[in-house]
Write a protein that binds this ligand. Structure first.
Ligand code: HEC
Length: 149
């Protein structure tokens, strides 16, 4: 079949359609790759900062858990304990710790303050690292969301 406008054969038209589909899918393909990458960062920050207590699989069985006088919670059942909805805001605030939601005598460190120390802002730009601090906290929270059972 000849397309009057382009003179393309049916085969070519089909190929064009496949290409179109491919390009329509691109945002989804790239989007999920980007999401996977975000989770990679979250997973990395989790492994570096949290796995010691909460465990590599976040079940609350990290090597330090035995040395604490309080139980270290399983972080894979946060949604299950909240009517199936991941409590994103609460988790962010608990990780950050600076909101005062958690008290200082609890063993879990206040990561908002720790990351802020890590990410010293450039001279003369106080507060400039705050978006990075929040990004780290958010990437960990998103990682936790991705491993809910
Ligand atoms: C020194 C051990 C320790 C480390 C390190 C640690 N936690 Fe915790 N975490 C605890 C303990 C103990 C609790 C429960 C009591 C409390 O709130 O401090 C807890 C509570 C939590 C809760 C609340 C769970 C619930 O059921 O409400 C979340 C979420 C959490 N931690 C996430 C993290 C993340 C994410 C990291 C790393 C950025 C981390 N924790 C690092 C010991 C730790």
């Amino acid at each position: 079949m000849i397309s009057s406008r382009t003179g393309a054969t049916l085969g070519q038209q089909l190929e064009d359609q496949d290409m179109k589909k491919f390009f329509l899918m691109m945002p989804f393909i790239l989007g999920s790759a980007a999401m996977a990458q975000e989770h990679d960062w979250g997973a990395r920050f989790y492994a570096e900062n949290c796995a010691g207590c909460h465990g590599e699989t976040a079940k609350g069985d990290g090597v330090l858990a035995d040395y604490l006088t309080v139980d270290v919670p399983d972080l894979t059942s946060l949604s299950a304990a909240n009517d199936g909805v991941f409590p994103m805001l609460r988790v962010i605030q608990i990780i950050d710790g600076r909101s005062g939601l958690r008290t200082h005598e609890k063993p879990m460190p206040l990561y908002g303050a720790i990351f802020r120390e890590d990410l010293q802002p450039p001279m003369g730009m106080p507060g400039a690292s705050e978006p990075l601090v929040r990004g780290r906290v958010l990437s960990i929270a998103e990682y936790l969301q991705s491993i809910q059972e």
